[in-house]
Design a protein around this ligand. Structure first.
Ligand code: GTP
Ligand code: MG
Length: 622
């Protein structure tokens, strides 16, 4: 066997649970299944048809424990018609077992499988030369050289973040079936996180939340299965017929299915050039769908080159940033390339969105702080915690750390702490600026009003600012003493209402008219009509008097002077002392010298003010 990559620290071997997923690859009939049987004692073919035809059709599985390591074998079919099954198995493989028969050497699916594994980021593997008993030593030597040459093509593949049990749980389903007495069971390679009985998981697509009844790994029931292990999950509350290959289970409430992803796509040197808006088969994890490719920044992609692309998918799937995928030609169906998902929840490409390529390049570089800053910059309305998780798959403490730095350097502002919403610094300044200029404009247009109501101010910003942004920006302006708030009214700090001489005279005149009238007040209209200013301004001046409580509106048509009402209260308290706490309407009329027209509304006003309380036909003075 020829190892490639540094097989000594093969993935998982240095971790404490030492779980390694070994995946076979290679041309049909080259001896993959036989090799798995020779190594594990289990023949991976399980279907009747496979046994009859002597070929592998669907994925097969076997286990081996040796020297403290647990190997999960995924055996794939070599037949070119079943490459899509092979793809479902290749997702999650740590160590590739590339099987090449000495009597046939490198054949089409040897190349295709190898391309797929390289594009999926499988960095370590072993080549097994089989059937060397069928060739003489010279031929065997020749094949060895050929294989070495071929593997020399192995490009320096990108370092993939290893499978990590501390991250969110995710299991792409490769099989679903029922076991009598247990119900629905799904299997797959646990690519991230861990799972155990009693956990709640979410199904994608579909979104149902399901309870885990039991978990098996390597053919045994376990308390927890960890990332990197072949895993079988027994689910409660669902029929196995509602589950199928291509679906995923994941930590509930974190992720969203998608039909539009932004990615880096690499075209194989052997592939034909890719034109704009070409339809391809798309494979990621165990899922498979059709995608339309939209190349960013060019009209076509040359063989061996890579490009940022948007892939519009025909079906809803769950993919996360960093996931690898494979694309195959529509017809004839051959593997033409693959890549990495950069933004799983991409928006439709628009001409206006010129920053997209730069953003995706930032995501590609992988610096969390810069990615978060760029995401905040692109979210004009603000970036929610929920969206950060769904787009990045980052854990809470990773988000908290990056957020803290962004805020302390002024690159973003937290406009809501729980749940977190970030707004980029410039966007926040813009909201502040808009509020400020709106208040200025209001003062200019309404010199007789003290300020604008919070509600009007907020709605004047329209839908370009979410309520949290408005609130945070307003609080900021108030804290900096640029604006002042009096109850619901917001005004420029230190601003006062400025009346021109005419208006000042009008104000005086109104106040005098009501003060002089005592309780037998004149009609409002009548007072206003005698003023030196037009009605609209007169109304506003009246508002000023009402607001500073010089005048009190008792009913829509009746306004009294503050002093007249104060005197009335005094008279009532004297009455209470001298004549007792009860007073009838006729006595009240007599006491105040007013008619019923004023007496009834005034008594009702006094009831509201809790100066009096109605008791039958009388009032009790409180
Ligand atoms: N002589 C000889 N025959 C072998 C060897 N390995 C496998 N075979 C035979 O080759 C045939 C195909 O082997 P499989 O293991 O089914 O091949 P495979 O790669 O799994 O085939 P597919 O899964 O259909 O792609 C079987 O008849 C095996 O017995 C070997 O080392 N020497
Ligand atoms: Mg086989």
């Amino acid at each position: 066997m020829l190892p490639f990559g540094a097989a000594t620290d093969a993935i998982g071997m240095t971790e404490k649970h030492k779980s390694v997923i070994v995946g076979t690859a290679g041309h049909i009939d080259h001896g993959k299944s036989s090799l798995v049987e020779a190594l594990t004692g289990t023949h991976p073919d399980r279907l009747e048809e496979e046994k009859r035809r002597g070929i592998t059709i669907d994925l097969g599985f076997a286990f081996l424990e040796e020297a403290g390591a647990r190997f999960g074998f995924v055996d794939v079919p070599g037949h070119e018609r079943f490459v899509s099954n092979m793809l479902a198995g290749a997702a999650g493989v740590d160590l590739l077992l590339l099987v090449i028969a000495a009597d046939e050497s490198v054949k089409p699916q040897t190349r295709e499988h190898f391309d797929i594994c390289r594009l999926l980021g499988i960095r370590r593997g072993i080549v097994a030369l089989t059937k060397s008993d069928l060739v003489d030593a010279d031929t065997a030597g020749l094949v060895r050289l050929e294989v070495e040459d071929y593997l020399a093509l192995l490009a320096a593949a990108q370092q993939l973040p290893g499978k990590n049990a501390a991250r969110y749980f995710r299991l792409p389903i490769d099989r679903a079936f029922a076991i009598k007495g247990f119900g629905a069971v799904v299997t797959g390679t646990l690519i991230s996180g861990s799972i155990g009985p009693g956990d709640e998981v979410q199904l994608f697509p579909g979104g149902q939340r399901l309870r885990v009844r039991g978990v098996q790994s390597g053919g045994k029931a376990v308390d927890r299965a960890l990332a990197g292990q072949r895993t079988a999950v027994n689910l409660a509350g669902i029929e196995h017929t509602a589950l199928r290959r291509g679906m995923s289970l994941a930590t509930p409430g974190k992720f969203r299915i998608t039909r539009r992803i932004d990615a880096r796509l690499e075209l194989l040197p052997s592939a034909p050039k890719l034109k704009q808006r070409t339809r391809v088969h798309f494979h990621s994890g165990t899922s498979e769908t059709v995608a339309e490719t939209f190349l960013y920044g060019s009209k076509e992609l040359a063989p061996g080159q890579s490009s940022l692309v948007q892939l519009r998918l025909q079906d809803d799937i769950l993919v996360l940033a960093g996931d690898r995928f494979i694309v195959r030609r529509f017809s004839p169906v051959t593997t033409i390339g693959g890549g990495v998902v950069l933004d799983p929840l991409a928006r439709r490409p628009t001409l206006r969105d010129t920053g997209r390529a730069t953003f995706l390049e930032t995501v590609e570089r992988g610096d969390k702080l810069e990615i978060l800053a760029a995401m905040a910059e692109r979210a004009v309305l603000g970036l929610t915690f929920e969206e950060i998780v769904a787009r990045t798959g980052w854990l809470e403490d990773e988000i908290a750390a990056a957020t803290k730095t962004l805020i302390s350097t002024g690159r973003a502002k937290s406009i809501s702490a729980e749940p977190l919403i970030l707004l980029a610094g410039p966007a926040f300044d813009q909201v502040r600026h808009k509020i400020n200029s709106r208040v200025e404009k209001f003062h200019k247009e309404n010199p007789l009003l003290p300020g604008i109501s919070r509600e009007d101010l907020r709605s004047s910003l329209g839908r370009r600012a979410r309520p949290e942004a408005f609130r945070a920006a307003l609080d900021d302006l108030l804290a900096q003493k640029k604006l002042e708030a009096q109850g619901e009214i917001v005004k420029r700090a230190g601003s006062t209402i400025s009346l021109d001489p005419e208006e000042a005279r009008a104000k005086e005149q109104i106040e005098k008219a009501f003060a002089a009238a005592g309780l037998a007040v004149p009609a409002v209209k009548e007072v206003l009509s005698k003023l030196p200013v037009e009605t609209r301004r007169a109304e506003k001046i009246l508002q000023i008097l009402l607001r500073d409580k010089s005048l009190v509106r008792v009913t829509p048509d009746l306004i009294f002077h503050r002093d007249a009402l104060a005197q009335l209260r005094d008279r009532l308290s004297v009455f209470k002392k001298t004549k007792g706490e009860r007073i009838s309407v006729p006595v009240f009329k007599e006491l105040t010298g007013i008619t019923r027209k004023y007496a009834i509304p005034l008594l009702e006003y006094l009831d509201r003010e809790r100066v009096t309380r109605r008791a039958g036909d009388e009032r009790v003075i409180l």
